[in-house]
Design a protein around this ligand. Structure first.
Ligand SMILES: O=C(O)C(=O)C[C@@H](O)[C@H](O)[C@H](O)COP(=O)(O)O
Length: 371
């Protein structure tokens, strides 16, 4: 079989690394990781679902590299202090040393938590991301944002810590439940919306095939997303400016995730999709883009069977004022002023602090009224 693995290099000087994208990478994990090892052993953090489905395959792929593993409960609720301290204590009990490699084997929750554990363990050890969800492959495994949630908000505790290598095996996406796959698709659409109108056109045409399992389409979507993310992260590793573009939809999303208690009511990528739709609605309300743009965003998300609005979130939600208060914990805030990612059209996003609170309140109020 021909090897169709592609490599996206993330050029960050001494923190540079490759993102390898293809089918069958799990089976070759040992050969891929070996050059980074000082001794032939790795400590793997995973979740119970991924562990059950794929840990044996990873163990086999690692060949003679010894593997020890801890499986945490699956789900966003794991991304907090209790499971984080459990993971760090386990890594210490396993005698993971500074020159060793920690492997984050799972979706965004595991990648963020394990990356943060690696960042603080013995003041920093290297880690390899093996993302198993679409969301983690296209987004959270790349760029070095690691962390956990606080009762005050999403991802408020963490560190920038770049991985040494990312292995995105698109073959494992086949075991994802449809809801999780579509949640990850929310982040894929984000890339088209923020900076590549042609990619959004492509997604409108190919999104259904991608969701149905077309491997070539999946590989292209993962590669294009990672490429876009890599170029932005290279320009602005620690989000002083441009990197905030990757936060399109996230100011709304994080407030909604906090409001729904990081529960099954709203998955992260679902919140991103709703957040992108609201960001385009806000842009239109401020006269920045045409009415056609938010309609096209919603139409595509709907055609993919995704959540597009606050009305699609089950259970109670707080009022617009309370949601605005949650948004005020956003990490993009400067001098008390929220920064938003708005758009002049599809593929034309930009970062601005110049957004009247009243306009945001109105967009949220109207969205709540549609429930
Ligand atoms: O990598 C980034 O930069 C992003 O903003 C990507 C986001 O999609 C991702 O969810 C990120 O973890 C959110 O970052 P945060 O700084 O808003 O917590």
């Amino acid at each position: 079989m021909t090897d169709t693995t592609e490599t996206v290099h993330v050029d960050l000087g001494s923190r540079s690394y490759d993102v390898r994208i293809g089918a069958g990478l799990l089976a070759r994990a040992g050969a891929e990781i070996a050059p980074f090892l000082k001794r032939r052993r790795v400590a793997v953090l995973t979740d119970e679902t991924v562990g059950e489905l794929h840990l044996d395959a990873l163990r086999e792929g690692l060949d003679d590299i010894a593997m020890t593993a801890l499986a945490l409960p699956a789900g966003e609720a794991t991304k907090g202090w209790p499971q984080f301290s459990r993971a760090v204590d386990w890594l210490l009990a396993e005698k993971v040393e500074r020159r060793d490699i920690v492997v984050a084997f799972g979706g965004g929750v595991i990648g963020d938590l394990a990356g943060f554990a690696a960042a603080v363990l013995r003041r920093g050890v290297r880690f390899v991301q093996i993302p198993t969800s679409l969301l983690a492959q296209v987004d959270s495994s790349v760029g070095g944002k690691t962390g956990i949630n606080s009762v005050h908000g999403k991802n408020l505790i963490g560190a920038f810590h770049q991985p040494a290598l990312v292995l995105a095996d698109i073959g494992v996406l086949g075991t994802l439940p449809a809801r999780d796959f579509l949640s990850g698709y929310g982040e894929v659409v984000k890339y088209g919306l923020l900076g590549d109108a042609a990619f959004f056109d492509w997604l409108e045409a190919n999104g259904p095939a991608l969701a149905a399992g077309d491997m070539a389409a999946r590989q292209y979507a993962v590669r294009r997303s990672v490429e876009m993310k890599a170029r932005i992260v290279e320009r602005d590793e620690t989000e002083e400016g441009d990197r905030a573009l990757l936060n399109l939809g996230h100011t709304f999303c994080h407030a909604l995730e906090t409001a729904t208690g990081y529960s099954d009511r709203l998955l992260h990528g679902e919140g991103v999709a709703i957040g992108c739709a609201l960001a385009f609605e806000l842009s239109q309300r401020l006269g920045l883009c045409s009415q056609e743009a938010p309609s096209r965003v919603r139409a595509h998300l709907k055609a993919m069977g995704m959540k597009t609005d606050l009305a699609d979130i089950p259970g109670d939600l707080p009022d617009a004022e309370a949601l605005l208060a949650l948004m005020a914990q956003d990490k993009k805030i400067v001098d008390g002023r929220l920064r938003f990612i708005l758009a002049r059209g599809i593929g034309e996003a930009f970062v601005t602090s110049d957004v009247p609170g009243e306009a945001v309140r109105k967009v949220l109020g109207e969205a709540l009224a549609r429930r």
